[in-house]
Ligand binder design. Structure first.
Ligand SMILES: NC(=O)c1ccc[n+]([C@@H]2O[C@H](COP(=O)([O-])OP(=O)(O)OC[C@H]3O[C@@H](n4cnc5c(N)ncnc54)[C@H](OP(=O)(O)O)[C@@H]3O)[C@@H](O)[C@H]2O)c1
Length: 167
């Protein structure tokens, strides 16, 4: 049976690229997105555009996240949640939910970094990512943090990117 892979933040640039890649694989991708608010588009057009289910995730409600993972039989969570603001709180909650879920076994945090931060970083972005990695170290989940190098199609606007939504 095809494993279900949830892309948290899959509506964004990197997330869309991963969703498009996973659609061509043996895995079954779906997207976790925050609740629709007055200022966000509804999920129906996004589902139509990307061709995968878009599930609403309330990252501030741990129990509902655990239930969401279980009810959709989500084996693997891949996070592409943007971490430029307070979003690491959302991801910390998602890691806890994955740990508590009896169906979720694997996790890829939203690191996707151009370089290894090492430990003891004072930079806020690095610190938030290291906190996610340390949280994962304390769980029984299989996890991998990916240090991908620089995405040239993100930073260099002349580099074409067929699958990503761009910067
Ligand atoms: N190595 C590189 O060169 C490179 C380049 C670019 C990005 N990156 C990394 O790749 C990852 C994804 O970047 P991206 O540019 O694709 O991100 P993005 O498009 O800015 O955001 C991805 C998604 O994160 C969700 N999100 C944003 N704020 C949130 C919050 N406060 N709480 C929960 N969810 C939130 C949103 O989804 P919903 O609104 O649908 O929930 C959004 O669509 C990040 O870790 C980024 O640092 C690396």
């Amino acid at each position: 049976m095809s494993r279900v892979v949830a892309i948290a933040g899959g509506s964004g640039g990197l997330g869309r690229a991963l969703v498009n890649a996973l659609k061509k694989s043996t895995y079954t991708p779906l997207i976790l997105a925050r609740k629709v608010t007055l200022f966000r588009i509804a999920n129906a057009p996004l589902e139509e555009e990307l061709g995968v289910p878009v599930l609403q995730a309330n990252y501030s409600d741990l129990d509902s996240l655990v239930q969401l993972l279980g009810s959709h039989n989500i084996d693997t969570v891949v996070s592409t949640i943007s971490n430029y603001d307070n979003s690491h709180f959302a991801e910390a909650s998602l890691i806890k939910a994955a740990e508590q879920s009896i169906v979720t076994h694997r996790y890829i945090p939203s690191v996707w970094s151009a370089f290894d931060y090492g430990e003891n970083q004072e930079n806020a972005l690095a610190a938030s990512r290291l906190a996610l990695i340390n949280a994962l170290r304390g769980t029984p989940l299989e996890w991998t943090a990916l240090y991908t190098g620089t995405f040239l199609d993100f930073y260099a606007i002349t580099v074409p990117s067929k699958d990503s939504a761009g910067p």
